[in-house]
Write a protein that binds this ligand. Sequence first.
Ligand SMILES: [Zn+2]
Ligand SMILES: [Zn+2]
Length: 349
Amino acid sequence: MAELRFNPISREWVMVASHRQARPQMPKDWCPFCPGSGRVPDGGFDVLRYPNDFPALSQSPPDPDDVAGPLFRVAPAYGRCEVLLYSDRHTATLAGMADGHARKIARMWRECYADLAADPKIKYVFLFENRGDAVGVTMPHPHGQVYGYSYIPAKIQAELDGAAAYAGERGGACLYCDLLAEERRDGRRVIFENDHFTVYVPFFSPITYGAHVTARRHVRHIAEMTEGELDALGTTVRDCAGMYDALFGAAFPYMMCMYNAPTPGALRDGCGESDAGGAAAAGCGESGAGALRDGCVSHFHVKFYPPMRSADKQQFFASSETGAGAWCNPNCPEEKAGELRAAYKKYKA
Ligand SMILES: [Zn+2]
Ligand SMILES: [Zn+2]
């Protein structure tokens, strides 16, 4: 069974995908992503898009079960899920990849985003990577994933609303451009930067070691980047992975999430930028680097959510965080940015 069920309290869709429980236990020494498995080219590959074997969303979803009622809305689990293999080498790490390889990964991200965004029924394309046992990864072979949703997920919507409110108050200014300028001006939380991206721990970081990577130019999504920006995205994300591995001298688990604009289909339907429509429209035509275009309040960025707060201590998203959405960061962002800055230098040395 795979379907969407609507939660009218939080006004969000939930993916129910019970068929995923049927995922077989893989033999210990067998990996579907390694050449020779019969699932990927035997001759090897640099990077590879691999259809998810147990997708939560599909472009030909089954009919929802007969469980709907006046308050119980269901919808087909329409969408797309893919696995993005970073290498054919089982033990390769992103941190250890050459610049050229990191750029190929970035090109795979762009191709994948563009493909999924071209489906008018897909409203949001989410590129991400889960790494390490601590975030429940069962397959150590280096890979990311992509989900294409037929709706705007709740957290994405909340962030769009935040940026739209800001644009409305500031004559169409981009919140992310302004935050980036402030972080760079202050400097205490900046970890490293290059011509195209700045990596920093945000002023309001809710977690320990949570780095943000923000595009220096006001670019809405990955398909809008120049070749130079795309190259830099690959090596910057690679450098973040290296920085985290150098932090405690061990493979560091993380969740890496990419924030692109909602798809053209979503923007056309006025979906996802509801409040933005009016607010940003008012600001449209404003000049300056941070001015919004097409009523779109998005600015490409990446967020890392590391589940560890020290070499051997996990940071749990416990009752206050999970039940109330009230975050408590037990560490000072300026201090942790300093540690990450040192780890980055160690990695690059
Ligand atoms: Zn493998
Ligand atoms: Zn911007």
